[in-house]
Design a protein around this ligand. Sequence first.
Ligand code: FE2
Length: 491
Amino acid sequence: MDRLNGTMMKDRQGLEITTSSHETVALLDHFVGQVLSYGQESDCLCKKSDMIGDEEVLLHALIAICCLGAENKNPKYDACSKSSYHIQKAKAYQHKATKRERMYVSVCEELKRSNKEEAARIYEEIVDLFPRDILAAKLAQEQYFNMGESENLRRVGKKCFQSNQDVHFSYGMYAFGLAETNSLEEAERLALQGTDMAPFKKDPWCHHAVAHCMELTGRLDEGIRFMESMAPTWNECGSFMYSHNWWHTSLFYLDRDASDIVLDIYDKHIWLKAKESAQEQIGATALLWRLDLRKIPVASHWDDVSDYIVPHIKEHIQPFLDLHYIYALAKSGKDERVKEMLDSLNSSALYQKNQSEVTRYMAEAFVLYARGDWESSYKQLAPIYDRTKEIGGSQAQRDVFEQTYIDILLQTRRYDRVKGLLEDRVSRRPNTPYLYRNLHTVYSHLGMTEEAQHADTKSKELERFYRQTLPTITKEIRGCTCHQRQPEQLQ
Ligand SMILES: [Fe+2]
């Protein structure tokens, strides 16, 4: 690399790096930009790892962090030994490094020991000491997100935002923390502000935070219009952000009863680009699961998705992934693999705190549910249902567990219990005909004639409105996305 005299330079955020190479600074800036924008080159450090000099402590530490954070293990790529190699490299020269760089090396060691709580704590300490380090804030949020700690997610987002209001990425990061802790108005305001600040509105994480706010309040048409108008900017995203933002878009159509558009998005944007990626596997599973809950036939899709999941069933990277994996396996009838995975989940404490226990209960419950054994599924899920937050993931992602529990209660005719859950859901999402159809069933069985009539009328009104306005919506959006269906084909 091109070296100058001296050993200290500054990155785009003004943070000191122990290097004398402009190339190192440029590579680091590019990497951070790619991570924050969910770009296609967020693996740029790993790809250039052979060219990185021994003394580049921060780069070696960041490569190790990337290896240790890989969400599914590629058998052709030994992430574990590669991370050990880079940790060793980083440690060899850390005596010459800055405090911040040494803290990144400590994070590597904690991640290597699977001590994610301590890794998150160190990241947050970096944010406290070096508030311009947006990357540390992003990585801290990622750890807290996976541990289901939404208050911490919000706290780090706030710290980052307070010191980086000139950087649009900090708006989406804080907004997501606010959304996950139900400060939806402020979250949406900041996410829209960040979107407007970003060049050409290209900040997919801000778009994502807006989608969460609109999803949690059931604003279906607003959600569709906003996400579809931003969709052309996602073409430069890596596979996770691209498919995840499309996944969010599809949820609005699903609640609008437009299942053919949902399947169209599934084929064109969700289950297409990187089938070997864990995030794409769970995105596909999560959408098929929701379609399943609406009794929309998707049986033919499960084999393909679960074939890609099979190599990863004993990795146990995150409880949230495991629960999606096992549901896909059960739905495709891969019973031997289901048994293998359940045995593996039961064999040891795989996750921090009580995540292992909750994961085991939920995994067994969802296998039983997938097989149509409603009563056993209820007995397995009911005792730990209130603890589902512990397994991580966002509110929108965990919502499939609430929907499944509601369906189990309906299938087992526990109408008294499900009534309150459905009414609460309707109060949060007042524009979803599916919920009123379910409420109609419940009220009818409970002899609540007037309420049943009201729910029936409401569902029919919404169905009619959505049917009538769908051609208009699809006509509006056809100019900016690739839905190629004709209005008459739509429901
Ligand atoms: Fe999301």
